[in-house]
Write a protein that binds this ligand. Sequence first.
Ligand SMILES: Cc1cc2nc3c(=O)[nH]c(=O)nc-3n(C[C@H](O)[C@H](O)[C@H](O)COP(=O)(O)OP(=O)(O)OC[C@H]3O[C@@H](n4cnc5c(N)ncnc54)[C@H](O)[C@@H]3O)c2cc1C
Length: 432
Amino acid sequence: MNAPETKVPRVVIIGGGFGGIELAKSLKKAPVKVMMLDKHNYHTFQPLLYQVAMGAIPADSIGFPIRRIFTDQDNFRFFLADVQKINPESNTVTTDIGDIDYDYLVIATGSNTNFFGNKEIEHFAMPMKNIPEALNLRSLILQNLEKALVTKTYNEREALMTFVVVGGGPTGVELSGALAEMRQLILMKDYHGLKKQHMKVYLVEGKDKLLAAMSATASKKAKQYLSEKSVTIYNGVHVQSYDGYELKIDDGKVINTRNVFWAAGVKGEVPDGIPQQEITRGNRILTDNISRVNGFQNIFAIGDVAAMITPDMPNGLPGVAPAAIQQGQHLAKNLLHIIKGEPTLPFKYFDKGSLATIGRNQAVADLGKLHLYGFVAWLLWGVVHIMSLAGFNNKVGVFMTWSFNYLRRNSDNRLVVRYFNTETRMTDPEAK
Ligand SMILES: Cc1cc2nc3c(=O)[nH]c(=O)nc-3n(C[C@H](O)[C@H](O)[C@H](O)COP(=O)(O)OP(=O)(O)OC[C@H]3O[C@@H](n4cnc5c(N)ncnc54)[C@H](O)[C@@H]3O)c2cc1C
């Protein structure tokens, strides 16, 4: 008589970001079938999106094909699919390529830009959450400088050359620092006729300091470095409206600008099908301390989309890559415990520290009680980011590009390959 066949459980992971990739890798030797679904066929290294937007590095160098990561993993399958809905009653997910069954489902869909419900700002301001959006920023910056060269009116030229970054977290600080550096090092080399003093860079932040999640030293130094680069910083004020021409701030200031870059917040990218009562502040899914979604036995959420609220972490984990990576690794172990009927282990977050760069030779770093800034922090920032990039080619490529850029005080990726249509606010392949 044949032994009864035991079914190999299928773990479906939605999202090939930091959390999803780490989870799938950690399940390499597990007796499960791993199926990953993502609407992109590549993993994105979001921390360097602003460098793509500024034309400092090529877009391809911060993406890596998901299939290529798992070439040697026999229990892994990938499908390019946009997940539309989760159906817990039938243990299926609905996608644009059909319905897919799961035994265990892990939601690792990350987050998206939060415009806090302001539709006008959402339409006219530029988000930067993925590679296509970073390329839109790159095109808009370069197109507007081209227009500034030929425009006849002073007001229009001023608006085309005024850049407003909203949000004083790491992304906003890095982007405004890079814009100010472009003004300093590139503008007059590339655009004969435009003057440094005509290009304005503003950074608007609602809190009374920059880098609010970092130490007081980091916050103070970031402000000092940006001020030295002539970035105008408005703290403790909020953007009220932006109609594509005038940006209004709640203290009465009005800035005439064609370039508003929104780095003021994110919200969880929750697929339909999760009950509303399990979704909390920041549109994140409430989980217990093993990443299991409240109210479900076989649905889990990790990374930016999850809110693991514990007594140690009353606001959940920070929305950073190490938190997603650690949750992915930990969930892999717990899934095996669950499958074997063993007790699970609660997740503990290990804070590795925070880094942000403001520009050439300037960065800030919090490593526990140690606060670094200046050249040492900048070197550390560079090493950490190179090491964290996916793929050997990307690591070497970015290192070489950075080295040449540093020595020449210039870069080679300022290309408008996808024209950004400022009327439709979309990429326009037909336009010249
Ligand atoms: C500009 C920027 C700079 C950052 N800088 C840093 C930094 O310096 N250090 C740091 O630690 N963190 C940084 N972060 C945050 C960090 O990138 C996130 O915390 C991290 O990416 C979260 O990982 P995740 O796995 O939860 O989601 P993500 O890495 O965002 O991955 C989510 C994946 O899900 C996919 N997906 C989403 N919805 C669907 C769907 N419906 N169907 C199919 N697939 C879907 C997406 O395509 C994506 O591949 C930065 C983020 C941004 C935007």
